[in-house]
Ligand binder design. Structure first.
Ligand code: ADP
Ligand code: TRP
Length: 320
């Protein structure tokens, strides 16, 4: 089974990214042949600062390796080291229906947030289709907000195959229901654009302060509480075992557990979970050559696949 996913280097990664995309993708690396990449061409649709882009690309590389990406098993690369995807995106763009792209929520949301509507921003899903189809991926693990983009990829692949012959494998999104949307401090979807994130490797004191700011209702310590209506519990459950989850839910319902204590419990879980990764990350940061070598090896593997697919696509359309 071939798995592919990517993430934009457009800010610090947060626990929504971790549970929604990184962890599912890292778990799938055990079961199949995985490709994971840093989508720096995509990030250019919103980041126009060369140093910031370079830095964020590097940070994401460290984050993934620290979180357990095994570069021997998984092809891990920078998107821009596989430039074949850009040519493939052009071949796909001639069959990508305008109406389909115009309906993409992500494009509409970004414009609504004031990002200027460039051609690149509009064509974003076509480049994403090229990433996926270039390596003939079957499964694409993503959070729910990216599902529509994978559906666009499917439509484009089917259309291309119908018009030019069977070049592409048609992929499926893989979305984990239990972590499809990780809530942020305010209870909305956690997203760097909403300023409501808990960063993966943020400063520990700052992380605690942010956890203490999670919005709750105004029930007193003594009152019984509904765990399923509480953002603190929604985050706690991501880190807890089944047993711990049940116990915490019972304490909520019984009354006597205040939100400050629940936040404290969440902070402890989170710190314990990320501590080993934080240490690993510091080690990696001290060996940039190893990280660079891993990214280059990953790019070679992805590029070999992309070249093969691109050659087949060129042949199919008559560009050989
Ligand atoms: P952001 O919303 O912070 O800009 P991205 O859009 O770059 O995050 O998302 C990167 C990946 O992480 C995608 O696969 C996305 O679906 C996943 N993801 C982001 N935020 C969440 C969340 N709150 N819950 C679950 N998955 C998420
Ligand atoms: N659009 C994805 C995001 O913002 C990143 C991405 C680019 C991607 N190309 C991809 C994800 C291909 C999965 C497959 O999160």
């Amino acid at each position: 089974m071939r798995v592919l996913s990517g993430i934009q280097p457009s800010g610090r990664l947060h626990i929504g990214n971790y549970f929604g995309m990184m962890r599912p993708a890292l778990e799938l690396q055990e079961r199949g042949e995985a490709f994971l990449f840093i989508a720096n061409y995509h990030a250019l649709t919103t980041v126009h600062d060369a140093d910031a882009l370079r830095r964020a690309t590097w940070e994401v590389a460290l984050d993934f390796l620290a979180c357990g990406l095994d570069p021997e098993r998984t092809a891990f690369y920078r998107q821009s080291d596989v430039p074949e995807v850009c040519e493939l995106a052009w071949l796909l763009s001639v069959v990508a229906p305008m109406g389909l792209l115009e309906r993409c929520h992500s494009y509409k949301d970004k414009i609504a947030r004031g990002i200027s509507p460039s051609h690149g921003l509009f064509a974003y899903p076509v480049l994403m289709a090229a990433d996926i189809l270039a390596v003939q991926a079957e499964i694409v693990p993503v959070g729910r907000d990216q599902k529509q983009h994978v559906e666009v990829t499917r439509d484009i692949a089917i259309k291309f195959n119908n018009e030019f012959g069977p070049v592409f494998r048609v992929p499926e999104p893989a979305i984990r229901d239990e972590v499809a949307v990780v809530p942020g401090l305010d209870g909305q979807k956690m997203s760097k654009s909403y300023g409501n994130t808990i960063d993966l490797f943020g400063d520990p004191a700052e992380t605690r302060r942010r956890i203490m700011r999670i919005v709750t209702d105004s029930r007193s310590v003594a009152e019984p509480k509904d765990p399923d209506a509480c953002t603190v519990f929604a985050l706690y459950r991501l880190f807890a075992t089944e047993e711990e989850r049940r116990t915490m839910a019972e304490r909520y319902r019984a009354g006597g557990l205040g939100y400050a204590a629940a936040k404290q419990a969440l902070a402890e879980k989170l710190e314990a979970h990320f501590e080993p990764m934080r240490l690993r990350r510091a080690e990696l940061a001290a060996s940039p050559d190893k990280v660079e070598a891993a990214l280059r090896r990953g790019a070679e593997r992805a590029r070999a696949e992309a070249r093969r697919t691109l050659a087949a696509a060129r042949r199919a359309v008559g560009l050989d």
